[in-house]
Design a protein around this ligand. Structure first.
Ligand code: HEC
Length: 178
């Protein structure tokens, strides 16, 4: 049996009232300043989970048309190493190298990218590096690095899970300021 007209009107009014209460609740939270934005407190668990899920969905929805080139060329990884050491390690740290003080004081904490390399695709990492993540402190690099440099740094990040602190220090010595 189709729902009656009266039922539909009541359902609509209920939805409008609930929507209004939602807006009012949000306005109270914003206007009273009750939500603490200090970078020394993590988001509450539901807010954290929601933002983390939304971030993953947002990036994943934008990966169409991106296809990683072959990333196993050692020269590409060496090029990526230099970029990583100069532009990423201060926030994300590196094997045997802690992040700088600024990186340690950020919230969200810049991820351990060895973990990211295990969990996410090369295309996902490329997208985040090229576009950044608004309101987190993760910069967009597409106007600072060219296409090949972006993939080079992705190639290096892909190697992080097997990189030991000793190997990182060796690359640092070997590749040095080049
Ligand atoms: C100024 C600090 C800063 C610098 C410099 C920086 N990042 Fe980030 N990065 C962040 C923050 C903060 C996040 C977001 C963490 C979150 O959302 O939980 C992030 C997120 C990421 C992510 C997503 C991780 C994930 O698991 O979802 C990748 C990949 C990444 N950065 C790679 C890089 C690379 C590569 C560089 C260098 C080219 C770089 N970042 C430079 C701060 C930085």
């Amino acid at each position: 049996m189709a729902p009656s007209r009266k039922f539909l009107i009541h359902a609509l009014i209920t939805l409008v009232i609930l929507g209004g209460l939602g807006v009012l609740g949000a306005a109270i939270v914003v206007l009273t300043g009750v939500y603490n934005v200090a970078a020394i407190y993590q988001h509450t668990w539901p807010v954290y989970e929601m933002l983390d899920f939304a971030l993953d969905r947002s990036v994943s929805a934008r990966l169409g048309g991106i296809a990683a080139p072959p990333l196993d060329d050692p020269l590409l990884a060496e090029r990526g190493f230099r970029i990583y050491r100069d532009k990423c390690a201060q926030c994300h740290g590196a094997p045997g190298v802690p992040p700088d003080d600024a990186g340690k004081g950020m919230l969200p904490l810049p991820n351990n990218l060895a973990q990211t390399a295990r969990e996410k695709s090369a295309e996902y990492i490329y997208w985040v590096v090229a576009n950044g993540i608004r309101m987190t402190g993760m910069p967009a690099w597409q106007y600072r690095l060219d296409e090949e440099e972006l993939w080079a740094v992705v190639a290096f990040v892909e190697r992080l899970p097997e990189f030991s602190p000793k190997e990182y220090a060796e690359w640092d010595r070997k590749i040095g300021g080049r």
